[in-house]
Design a protein around this ligand. Structure first.
Ligand SMILES: CC(C)(COP(=O)(O)OP(=O)(O)OC[C@H]1O[C@@H](n2cnc3c(N)ncnc32)[C@H](O)[C@@H]1OP(=O)(O)O)[C@@H](O)C(=O)NCCC(=O)NCCS
Length: 152
């Protein structure tokens, strides 16, 4: 996968990957309107992953201010998951944040999102907090978020 800088001009591509990757059940997915709004914010960065044939298959979205970074979203299309692309996107986002001066990175993961939690733990993220009922699912149920942290 080839990963490169993205931005508001590719908001629709990122939104499509997001909508096709996240389960609709748990309320982790943003609305389509949220994406261009986030990408327009200062300090917000996106990185898009393409296959060798040019197909957009995954992205990361993160915020970096001074020495602190936060991973906001990361997603890989289901057909391309479990091939190491999520790890590649995560490492790429961490490297960009570090190059911009961040010394620590935070993220939130839904309690129960085992696939994402495994990815983060494998790269050294440790739990530092819990946000009760952070996500609201389409079924009306609430799900906690675990806050993870990594020293870059
Ligand atoms: C999280 C996500 C980005 C990972 O992408 P990916 O390309 O599948 O990631 P990788 O292939 O690099 O690694 C996945 C790891 O999870 C493991 N895994 C897969 N399914 C799992 C499960 N149900 N439980 C635990 N671990 C699991 C894989 O074995 C792999 O670990 P390994 O390399 O040690 O074998 C992808 O699953 C995704 O887009 N999910 C939907 C969106 C989402 O939840 N994003 C995170 C919250 S912002």
């Amino acid at each position: 996968m080839i990963v490169s800088k993205s931005g508001v001009h590719e908001a629709a591509v990122l939104s499509q990957i997001m909508q096709n990757s996240f389960s609709k059940d748990f309320g982790e997915c943003w609305s389509v309107a949220d994406m261009p709004a986030a990408l327009s914010l200062p300090h917000c960065h996106a990185r898009l992953g393409h296959s060798q044939t040019g197909l957009a298959i995954g992205f990361s979205l993160f915020r970096q201010v001074a020495d602190e970074a936060e991973l906001l979203l990361i997603a890989v299309l289901p057909a391309h998951q479990n091939s190491g692309f999520g790890a590649q996107l995560l490492l790429d986002a961490m490297a960009v944040c570090k190059s911009l001066g961040a010394t620590r990175m935070f993220l939130e993961v839904r309690d129960g999102n085992e696939r994402a939690a495994a990815l983060y733990q494998r790269h050294g993220y440790v739990p530092v907090g819990r946000r009760d009922k952070y996500y609201r699912g389409t079924n009306g149920l609430f799900y906690d978020a675990i806050t993870l942290k990594l020293a870059l």
